[in-house]
Ligand binder design. Structure first.
Ligand SMILES: Nc1ncnc2c1ncn2[C@@H]1O[C@H](COP(=O)(O)OP(=O)(O)OP(=O)(O)O)[C@@H](O)[C@H]1O
Length: 286
């Protein structure tokens, strides 16, 4: 097998060298492995050059942001992807029920069982997991500029963000059939059903059903947040409005912080979103 291993050296705040050694040991001598370590600057350009070569699979060792950027760089003829979860939250790996320990993840990432998943195209970028406008994107903006990485960084930044949020916002959502206006602290574009924290915010969401859900979170409600952590299926519509769609345009009166799969994307006042069915093939557990 000819493999490209893409590694984010800083994701999840953990040392990748022992993990790389485990992969090399597992592969032994009969496999052909190229390694690319991301730099966070011109990765797309550099990766595109790698993808001009022929590989059988790309392995990604990082978090959702690294998976997203590799998926975007592969273009219209993507390779199948094996994931070695090594980010802070690993939302996509949780959704696909991939093993989180590297020893278990390696055989799965190199295995023959795969699953095709949808992506959401958001203002020209790919979102594979959950992207949002508002409160969570404000938190990610603060986290990315903070000294602390990993889960501690999210935790340390979340309390001030909850009190300093600029919301609520007025979201105008135009679908093929109808236009809604909802006020909320955050609007999410969900391809899957839970955040990397495990909170099930989109109980009906499936990652390969050809639709995505727009979730408008109306207020912070401790009981409902607790229910999301218990995998409850009946979230109150006073807490979250769920709109399944294939395509939508969302507008806000003033620019609002926006994030895609945990990557902060500045402020926007319009997001054009549509589903790209069966966009990516990912190796999963037998
Ligand atoms: N060498 C590097 N130095 C700094 N940033 C990097 C580097 N390589 C990639 N990045 C950045 O890492 C981000 C993607 O991180 P990813 O989502 O994979 O991990 P993560 O789960 O967010 O982990 P963490 O929370 O520790 O960043 C992107 O913003 C990318 O630009």
């Amino acid at each position: 097998m000819k493999l490209l291993l893409v590694i984010n050296p800083v994701s999840g705040d953990n040392d990748k060298e022992p993990l790389i050694k485990k992969i090399k040991d597992y592969l032994g001598s009969q496999n052909d492995l190229d390694i690319y370590k991301t730099n966070g600057k011109d990765d797309a350009e550099r990766l595109r050059k790698y993808f001009q070569k022929k590989y059988d699979r790309v392995l990604v060792m990082g978090g959702d942001g690294t998976i997203k950027s590799v998926a975007e760089t592969m273009g219209d003829n993507p390779l199948s992807m094996g994931i070695i979860p090594a980010g802070s939250a690993n939302g996509l790996a949780h959704d696909l029920e991939l093993p989180l320990s590297v020893d278990e993840a390696i055989p799965v990432a190199l295995g023959s069982k795969t699953r095709k998943i949808d992506a959401i195209c958001l203002n020209g970028q790919l979102g594979l997991h959950i992207s949002d406008l508002g409160l969570n994107a404000e938190l990610i903006k603060k986290y990315e500029s903070s000294f602390f990485r990993g889960k501690l960084g999210y935790a340390l930044n979340s309390i001030p963000t909850l009190f300093q949020s600029e919301g609520p916002y007025e979201f105008t959502i135009e679908t093929k059939d109808i236009t809604y206006t909802h006020s909320g602290i955050m609007l999410a574009f969900a391809n899957s059903n839970k955040f990397g924290t495990g909170a099930v915010v989109n109980p009906e969401g499936k990652i390969d059903d050809g639709v995505f859900e727009i979730l408008v979170f109306k207020k912070i409600d401790v009981i409902e947040i607790f229910k999301t952590l218990q995998n409850a299926e009946n979230l109150s519509s006073d807490f979250v409005e769920i709109i399944p769609v294939k395509q939508a345009r969302v507008r806000t009166e003033k620019p609002v912080d926006f994030q895609i799969d945990g990557e902060y994307c500045h402020t926007v006042s319009e997001v054009n979103a549509y589903i790209a069915p069966q966009k990516l093939e990912i190796a999963i557990a037998e």
